[in-house]
Design a protein around this ligand. Structure first.
Ligand SMILES: NC(=O)c1ccc[n+]([C@@H]2O[C@H](COP(=O)([O-])OP(=O)(O)OC[C@H]3O[C@@H](n4cnc5c(N)ncnc54)[C@H](OP(=O)(O)O)[C@@H]3O)[C@@H](O)[C@H]2O)c1
Length: 322
């Protein structure tokens, strides 16, 4: 079958290890389902994989992609939950120490077909297109858990989203607005700041700009480039919810003095549970909010999508279609 996969790693030139070509058809073990992929969203995770972060050399070649929407064996429209927990695990799948994401241990979704445990297959609401549904399992689920589970935010609270243009960031803005939050956002780019206003941010700022008010929580996916600004943006007792470090994890200043003196909380967040994925679908259904697709490309043009993400030239999600 056709697939988009990693053949080697390079931290400086991640696209050099990306291959588009034929891979063997997957075989579904007992209890697993074969999904015919119609749409699969690109995540920064796929670039990290090509850089050799989170993916082991012995797992190569590895089909990339965490997210998919498509058809199950009975022709039902479905989407897949990308967190694969151990069959013995019960409870929050993201806390299973043996869990992995699709494309880490098991082949990913950038292919004609992908196999996943039956428990990871969930119905696709007919109100969402395949392209929109493909955005949910990683970026949108991560944003949902950051805001409402780990962040514990409720209607009326004020949140700052760092780096407005990204897949997770646009989800944070849209979901924050749908959930009744006051949403502030930063971006390095003026056009992206304007677009953030269009998708629901109440106010936008340049990266690092002093805010006119302190916020209840900051949603961090950028890391080193925005960390100090995030800490300084918080009211006493506020929280940073961190799920990514796109600009790097090594901080120039962890701002520990401010963190203890203002009794700030730093909360990690990764992906989300199947129950949260169902909650996210319900929120989209009830609010009419929809994932923002920057562009949909045929999977044969995947390299174009990877290059745009590596250059930061996107606003929302890049989705590959079959
Ligand atoms: N823990 C999890 O479960 C989980 C799930 C999904 C994603 N993540 C992580 O979250 C991060 C974002 O993922 P994504 O898929 O949304 O990536 P993406 O679509 O490529 O977005 C990249 C983001 O980084 C910002 N950015 C990059 N370099 C920056 C810099 N030097 N200064 C300021 N902002 C910078 C961009 O903001 P502007 O261009 O607007 O400034 C944009 O918001 C990645 O590190 C990813 O690995 C983690």
């Amino acid at each position: 079958m056709f697939a988009v996969y990693a053949e080697s790693f390079s931290s400086d030139d991640p696209l050099s290890g990306l291959v588009l070509g034929e891979r063997p058809d997957p075989e579904a073990p007992d209890g697993w389902a074969t999904i015919e992929v119609k749409a699969a969203a690109l995540n920064h995770h796929d670039l990290w994989s090509l850089r050799g972060v989170g993916l082991k050399e012995e797992a190569l070649p590895m089909i990339l992609g965490c997210d998919a929407a498509g058809y199950d064996e009975d022709g039902n429209e479905v989407l897949v939950h990308a967190v694969i927990s151990h069959p013995d695990w019960t409870g929050d799948e993201t806390l299973d120490p043996r869990r992995s994401l699709l494309s880490e241990r098991h082949q990913g979704t950038f292919a004609d077909r992908v196999v996943v445990p039956r428990g990871n297959v969930i119905p696709k609401p007919s109100s969402l297109s395949f392209e929109e549904a493909a955005c949910l399992p990683t970026a949108w689920l991560t944003a949902y858990r950051m805001l409402f589970s780990q962040g514990g935010l409720k209607a009326g609270d004020t949140v700052l989203v760092q780096g407005a243009g990204g897949g997770v960031a646009t989800a944070l803005i849209t979901l924050g607005r749908a959930g009744g939050l006051r949403v502030l956002a930063t971006s390095r780019d003026e056009t992206k700041r304007k677009r953030a206003l269009e998708i629901g941010a109440h106010d936008v700022f340049e990266a690092g700009e002093r805010l006119p008010l302190k916020v209840d929580a900051v949603m961090e996916t950028v890391g080193r480039a925005t960390w100090s600004h995030s800490v300084r943006a918080l009211r006493p007792g506020g929280a940073i919810v961190v799920s990514g470090t796109t600009s790097g994890p090594r901080l120039d200043d962890a701002e520990l003095t401010r963190i203890f003196f203002l009794q700030l909380r730093v909360i990690g967040s990764t992906m989300g549970t199947r129950t949260e994925l169902a909650g996210l679908v319900n929120l989209l259904d009830a609010s009419g909010a929809r994932p923002l697709v920057d562009r949909a490309l045929p999977m044969e043009k995947a390299t174009e999508g990877f290059a745009a993400m590596a250059d930061g030239e996107l606003f929302g999600k890049i989705v590959f279609t079959r």
